[in-house]
Design a protein. Structure first.
Length: 196
């Protein structure tokens, strides 16, 4: 059985931690410069810039304590177009309770064109299907059975230097006891083999 590890950001968007880091660096630099002329103002700037980074760090520690690493269990490493079956999403829980789970099957196209100043890049979701996860009650973990049907007319997984097509199984968990979290799993989809 193939186990696909979680590739998604567990805190949601990566912009919040990145902005908190930039604010921390800028605040420390400005605070250090101001510290030479006015100690109180420089210290206040440095402490104020550290608050968002501390909040992000505390949320990350809280999530890592409450949740283990998620896995997606599939019988096959590679599935053909038109495949239908059930996959199992599993994640350990320690002190967190799942209120709701939203699951989607998405096919995403990523295109890059040109180089240097004429470089252009865009992403587009070309297939987006809501899925119906079926949860089973467990005390120490969440274990969800998800029926998946890959459309026969969809594009297969594809990768070249400037074009990539990727299939994703994305889950969003609404939680009690820790921040809401998301999981994303890549699924390798190949063209169906036609027997002769």
């Amino acid at each position: 059985m193939n186990e696909i590890s979680d590739e998604g950001p567990i805190l949601g968007s990566g912009w919040i931690p990145m902005m908190a880091s930039v604010l921390l660096l800028v605040g420390l630099f400005v605070g250090y410069k101001v510290l030479r002329t006015d100690v109180r103002v420089g210290a206040a700037i440095m402490v104020g810039s550290a608050v968002p980074a501390a909040i992000v760090a505390l949320r990350f520690i809280r999530v890592r304590r409450a949740l283990g690493t998620a896995t997606l269990e599939m019988k096959d490493d590679v599935v053909p177009l038109g495949w239908s079956g059930t996959v199992t999403y599993a994640r350990p829980l320690r002190g967190a309770t799942v209120r709701s789970i939203e699951a989607r099957l998405q096919c995403e196209e990523h295109v890059e064109k040109g180089s240097g100043r004429s470089h252009r890049e865009w992403r587009q979701v070309v297939v987006d299907q809501p899925l119906s996860p079926q949860t089973a009650p467990y005390l120490e973990q969440v274990r969800v059975q998800i029926p998946v049907k890959i459309p026969a007319s969809g594009p297969p997984t594809f990768h070249t230097t400037d074009n990539e097509i990727t299939w994703w199984l994305r889950l969003r968990l609404t939680m009690d006891g820790c921040p809401n979290t998301r999981s994303s799993f890549k699924i390798l989809v190949m063209p169906a083999v036609v027997g002769q």
